[in-house]
Design a protein around this ligand. Structure first.
Ligand code: S3P
Length: 168
């Protein structure tokens, strides 16, 4: 089984992926972690500042390519994965993937990330809101399952996901 979590920055992908992987006995893979390994940088801000977003996206595609045969894993993608169709072509290649959209209102993600300094594309809330509007329909387009995460604990989100997986 290969489960892919998608959603905007601050939607809860990393923590839900960690708990879901633990509950299902699957490996946990963070796309951003792989991107960092492929870069010569020590954090995401540095990649954006020194190499630019285009280079970050290239690394993100390279990371997805490396993951195309991943199995028995929960993969947390970066919020911008939906901007490149090729990422999904890789991630959805065999074994079959189940794509789960963690949906949260913009007000929720803004609150969760109000002290965050690790996300270059959330440095400006106005710009982040525009990105959010652009991407939300894309997350919905790719998703097999949608779960809302506003005002919920990761544990309750994981429970809902497991219930929905059983009914697929
Ligand atoms: C990005 C989201 C980040 C990270 C990078 C770009 C985006 O991941 O990949 O800062 O374009 O939305 P998270 O969604 O885990 O914050």
């Amino acid at each position: 089984m290969k489960i892919i979590l998608i959603g905007f920055m601050g939607s809860g992908k990393s923590e839900v992926a960690r708990q879901l992987a633990q509950k299902l006995g699957l490996a946990l893979i963070e796309s951003d972690g792989l991107v960092l390994q492929l870069s010569k940088r020590s954090n995401i801000n540095e990649i954006f500042n020194q190499d630019g977003e285009v280079h970050f996206r290239e690394l993100e595609i390279a990371a997805a390519k490396k993951l195309r045969r991943a199995d028995n894993a929960v993969i947390a993608t970066g919020g911008g994965a939906v901007m490149n169709q090729i990422i999904f072509a890789y991630l959805k290649s065999k074994p079959k993937a189940i794509i789960i959209h963690l949906a949260a209102m913009f007000a929720t993600v803004r609150r969760r990330l109000r002290h965050d300094r690790t996300r270059p594309l959330f440095a400006n809330a106005q710009k982040a809101r525009k990105l959010y509007k652009l991407r939300e329909p894309l997350y919905r387009h790719y998703a097999d399952i949608v779960v809302t995460t506003d005002n919920r604990t990761p544990a309750s989100i994981v429970k809902e996901i497991i219930g929905k997986l059983k009914r697929l």
